[in-house]
Design a protein around this ligand. Structure first.
Ligand SMILES: Nc1ncnc2c1ncn2[C@@H]1O[C@H](COP(=O)(O)OP(=O)(O)OP(=O)(O)O)[C@@H](O)[C@H]1O
Ligand SMILES: [Mg+2]
Length: 360
């Protein structure tokens, strides 16, 4: 059975909660950010209790087209709609005696929420096109990364269904709130992927550990797992090094990883007092390119004055150059990347003496 790893208080509480609810068939609602282990928790609840060995049927409520969702959930009679070429059982019946895991339950369309509520209350379902009800005995575990209470307030999620699902609430903690677990998880994933890929990689370099400790992990455990899988694939030495980490993980790191970043040297200032400013644009959080938070090392005025206009012009130059390299010199695309018009990029390139030709 897959294990929930971690040594933090949050994980210990989570595991003790799983133990408590596994023994009965109460409905459970799991709330947590993407990649925090909601499905893993649902499976653990199922497998740690009397339903072990019975079906565990996961269904992503956000992935089924609205027109098909009722027949997917409850089944249908042959000929009940175009395409219903034979009788079909639904997911409720498939999960009979076991657990139905309603993933992304916040995405259920409102009309389906009514039908779902009735199924949970009456413990019966009716196949589309049928005249009789069928008894179903399933445990419901639902999960969402949406704020369901807010959805209830906004009228997009039915309050009665919310309370029916939320008999026991379990929250999966984000990884950034339990940085101590990162190393434990990273080591376990490393072992798993090294074994699977038959590689000799056996640890993380100190720099990588430092990056892992400070990264905010917006994609949580899944992001860490993917990062390690990629690193094991690319690494040629015995330790995972910074070079095999994706830019999204190293971007906010300004220590030894600086050489990985777009690092430019700016010589700005007057006369002999010119300070050298190492500029490593680092985006502290969010998706690269969308965040407004850019950190630049500040000049040391003890070395004399600088010329801010020259510094800004140099930053502008480096960004333009970087964008043009990325687009293979196509100015129109570079302009798009930098959020400016073609006219504007041409003007700026001209002003900075970077215009080489007149093409797009
Ligand atoms: N505490 C943990 N210990 C070990 N592995 C974990 C842990 N938490 C999550 N994982 C692993 O991380 C990956 C993502 O977990 P899971 O799919 O359960 O997340 P989720 O919350 O359902 O994400 P999403 O909202 O994106 O569907 C899985 O491979 C899972 O096994
Ligand atoms: Mg999931």
């Amino acid at each position: 059975m897959r294990q929930i790893l971690g040594d933090s208080l949050a994980i210990k509480n989570l595991i003790s909660m799983i133990d408590k609810v596994a023994g009965n068939k109460t409905n459970v609602l799991i709330i947590g950010e993407s990649g925090t282990g909601k499905e893993l928790v649902a499976r653990m609840i199922h497998e740690s209790g009397p339903l072990k060995g019975k079906p565990f049927v996961p269904v992503n409520c956000g992935a089924i087209p609205e027109t098909l969702i009722e027949s997917e959930m409850f089944g249908h009679k042959k000929g009940s709609f175009t395409g219903a070429i034979s009788d079909k059982i639904g997911l409720f019946e498939a999960a009979s005696g076991g657990t139905l895991f309603l993933d992304e339950v916040g995405e259920l369309p409102l009309p389906m929420q009514v039908k779902m509520l009735r199924a949970l209350q009456e413990k019966t379902i009716r196949r589309v096109g049928a005249n009789d009800d069928i008894k179903v005995d399933v445990r419901i575990i639902a999960a969402t990364n949406r704020d369901l209470e807010a959805a209830v307030k906004a009228g997009t999620f039915r309050e009665d269904l919310y309370y029916r699902l939320n008999v026991i609430l379990i929250k999966t903690p984000p990884l950034r709130e339990r940085h101590g677990d990162v190393e434990i998880l990273a080591t376990a994933f490393l072992q798993k992927f090294a074994e699977r890929q038959k590689k000799e990689v056996c640890g993380l370099s100190p720099e990588v550990l430092e990056i892992f400790r400070t990264h905010s992990w917006p994609g949580n455990v899944r992001e860490l797992e993917n990062t390690i899988e990629r690193a094991v694939t690319l690494e040629v030495g015995p330790l995972i090094t910074v070079g095999v980490l994706p830019p999204s993980v190293t971007v906010a790191y300004d220590g030894g990883a600086r050489s990985k970043l777009e690092s430019v040297e700016i010589k700005a200032g007057r006369g002999g007092a010119a300070p050298t400013v190492g500029v490593a644009p680092t985006i502290a959080s969010g998706t690269a390119g969308t965040s407004k938070e850019i950190r630049l090392p500040l000049p040391d005025f003890k070395n004399g004055s600088i010329n801010l206009d020259e510094v800004l012009a140099e930053v502008e130059k480096q960004y333009l150059k970087h964008a043009l390299e990325f687009t293979g010199g196509v100015k129109k695309k570079a302009a798009d990347l930098l959020g400016m018009t073609f006219r504007s990029i041409r003007y700026r390139l001209g002003k900075l003496g970077m215009d080489t030709d007149d093409g797009e």
